[in-house]
Design a protein around this ligand. Sequence first.
Ligand code: ZN
Length: 191
Amino acid sequence: MNVLPIAQIGEPVLRERAREIDRDELATPETQRFIDDLVATMRHARGAGLAAPQVFRPIRVQAIEVGDNPRYPYKPKIPLTILVNPTLTPLTDERFENYEGCLSVPNLRGVVPRYVGVRVQAWDRHGAPLDFEVWGLSAGTYQHETDHLDGKLFVDRVSDPRTLCTWEAFEKHYRDAFVARVEALVARFGA
Ligand code: ZN
C-alpha cells in the first residue's frame, strides 16, 4: 500500500465534479489497489475521511473511518466505510453547526451548517448496494466527504467567515463550546 500525496486547496482537481465509475472499473485490481491506497493515506494523515479527488483522482469514491482519532477525540466512532458513487438525501430540514477542517485545507477550521440526518445510497468497494441512514455528528462527516466529489470544499459552505480559525485558535477559543454542542448531538442521536 502507498501513501498518496494530498491535493491542497487551489489544485483544480478539488474543484471538478468527479465522475461515476461502473462495476467493471471498480472490480479491476488497479481500482482495488487505489482504494487500499486511499485508506492508507487517510489513516496516515489521521483524517476522518478522504475522497478520491483529494489524492488527484476525480472519481466518485470516498473512505470514512473514525477510530480513536487524536485529531477529533470527540467524534463518535465510524467503522471503515468505502462509498462508491454515493448519493445523499437529507432526512430533515434541521441542521447543526459543525466545526470542520479538511486535509486539503491546511490549518483552517470553520463553522458549516449540516443536516442532522441523511440517507446514504452507494455501492461498497465490491459493488454491493448500500442504503442506510446516518444521524448526528457523523452525518456531517458524510456530507463533507460527498461534497468533495462535487468539487466543493467546506470553506464554500462556511456561512460566517468570522468563524474561520487555525487549529491552535480553535483549541484555545472554540473547542469547549463545540464539544458541548457535539455531546448534545451525540446524546440525542447516539452518533
Ligand atoms: Zn475534506
